[in-house]
Design a protein around this ligand. Sequence first.
Ligand code: AMP
Ligand code: ZN
Length: 483
Amino acid sequence: MKIYNSLSRKIEEFQPIVPTKVGVYTCGPTVYDYLTIGNWRTYTLGDLLVRTLTFFGYQVTYVMNITDVGHLTGDNLGDADMGDDRMENSAKREGKTAWEVAAFYTNDFLESFSKLNLTQPERFSKATDHIQEQIDLVQAIEKRGFVYRIDDGVYFDTAAYEAVGNRYGELSTLDAIKEGARVQPNPRKKNPRDFALWKFSPERSRRDMEWPSPWGKGFPGWHIECSAMSMKYLGDQFDVHVGGEDLKSTHHPNEIAQSEAATGKKPFVKYWVHGAFLLVDGGRMGKSKGNAYTLLDVTERGFDPMALRYFYFTGHYRSPQNFTWEGLGAAANALNRLRMSVSSFRKAKERSSLSREKLGKLEEYRQRFKAALENDLSVPEALSVVWEVVKSNIPDYDKYDLLLAFDQVLGLKLNEVSEAYGLQEIDLSSLPEDIGKEIQSREDLRKQGKFAEADIVRKRLEEKGFIVEDTPGRTVVKKSVDQ
Ligand code: AMP
Ligand code: ZN
């Protein structure tokens, strides 16, 4: 298998440290708010990688953290050690403690994680459950002489680290990491690019989350948790580290520096895999723009979470992907057609004897599906093989078998599609609110004689999986369901 390694900036042959076994770590969410569909794109990439490696016979250990402390707002501005604490900000806004905020959003994260059928890691490790490990790691770095203390915390000394022959910031695409942050960094740091390992609680005020440490009461810096927890569960050196492309600039270079400083130059991670961002309507998502959609927004509009999964798979992970509701509608439509096909193939109860030609074809599809994934996880190519199988002339029983095998990687829950899957009339009162509104607006347009406009609404509804039919005297709405 070949995979793009952000560290070498090349596509490389994948060779795990221990043959057949692979350790994968994905940087998890900061649980101060609902996750966006951008975050979910990155977690679906982690899932795709784990499923693919498993499909190829590797024994995968998957670990993902949950950041429930230490992630300050300054990272968006170029200095991750400045700004407010995201958890404490949300606590103030919601009139809760930071602990309550963390529990609430962690719970929501885990529920959505299952809804998207993402592979459960061996463990979800919380930063607040690993404070001692983080302190131990900072002490190990301190012993090597790469730590100094100023009034607001304990910092990693990048210059001291480089002075003894180490390289800092190799992964980063930011030239800025070499000379420092984009905004005015903390002027008391020795070097603008140094970063906090431990931050002190402000004097005369109590934080919801704070712990004693050898340096004083406070909380861990954002980067140290990932080094501490990944090394605890996967070893000082492991195979793959996954995250969104923004983490390539400082979070991941800092993880490398911390880990390699503590272990003494042992290469920390062999392959760094970064996913490009999801855009919305061609631009960056933002809470202020009102387009930072969540999984709840998706399901409230009547979409199945599997449609979002299918949508992600229509793009390659290293290309930015543009989200629009129409695009999601098209994915939902395609998924629906796939489910209809799977349902009908499932009805074929017996394996017929295959001619040599069909047997050859079956094997060719299997090989091409694998080859697509081996080619830097080219899942759009793998999906096109899926459609070729659907349309091919191999017997239905074999199509069903093959599609289910492919679904071990795609995770679209095709095994749950029953023989009864198909269009069924649905009760108008059980429609999601905005679907109901659309149906009403179509009726109104028709009453006004605006048939062309009404038809646009009908098509839009169809993209969301709702088929509208006009029968004498009433409108019937049908949806594909498993009965
Ligand atoms: P955070 O909770 O901010 O630490 O982000 C969690 C993960 O989501 C990180 O790996 C980010 O790189 C990733 N991420 C954030 N925004 C997007 C986006 N628009 N598209 C894809 N991934 C994203
Ligand atoms: Zn991380």
